[in-house]
Write a protein that binds this ligand. Sequence first.
Ligand code: TMP
Length: 244
Amino acid sequence: MLSHRCFRMDTLCTLREICVTRSRQNKLKHHRLSFPAKFISFEGIDGCGKSTLMDQLADWLTRAGIPFVRTREPGGTGIGEKIREILLDPASSEMSSRAEVLLYSASRAQLTDQVIVAAMKKGSWVLTDRFVDATFAYQGFGRGFDLERLRIIQEWTTKDLWPDKTILLDCDIDTAMSRLGARDGADRDRIEQEDLIFHQKVRKGYLELAGKEPERFLVLDASKPLEEVIEEFYERFWLVEVAR
Ligand code: TMP
């Protein structure tokens, strides 16, 4: 079995010193960047604002000339996007929780083999909108699926590949729901249409996962205004993990 650590060793890319311009607050600052490629996942309940933070990181990486691949789950491949349609279609209301776990996992297996491992072998960073933790949070804590069984399925699904860093955007349910609120109930996907109690369980689950792996998880308070979330991300991730 190929382990995560093997991939890290394989994909160490020695990057030249690069100057990155920090335009925030109209100040120009230069940092030396020297680091291995990283596999970063973004997680959080629906409406937490993951995409905006991913846009920000993608922008920093682009400006620093660092190669990266951005993807999402479920989806990210031709096969995965077809699976996504089935999973999120409100008409799939009869889906059993086992079928749900297996479909999310099928999409993830395809993404891992076709996109993530291929990118890491080339020394690219990988940014993914959700990965294994989503299955623990949604199907484990949300649906009540056995966590140990999920772990076994996930280890097989990803060949035990885990993100180097997981950015958890933690947000209270009211804020998340009001962000989703622009879309009324009928426009929400099958998972977004779940009740508040389900989303509360998912949030609690994410926090529990983060508590168990404080090294891997970076928890950000996504209830704050976006500017502040980006600021905190900059201070706690970019400066610490990248531009050191
Ligand atoms: P999103 O791409 O808008 O985040 O939508 C994906 C939805 O699927 C979101 O509600 C979370 C849910 N989901 C799971 O329930 N389990 C999983 O393993 C993943 C990846 C997502």
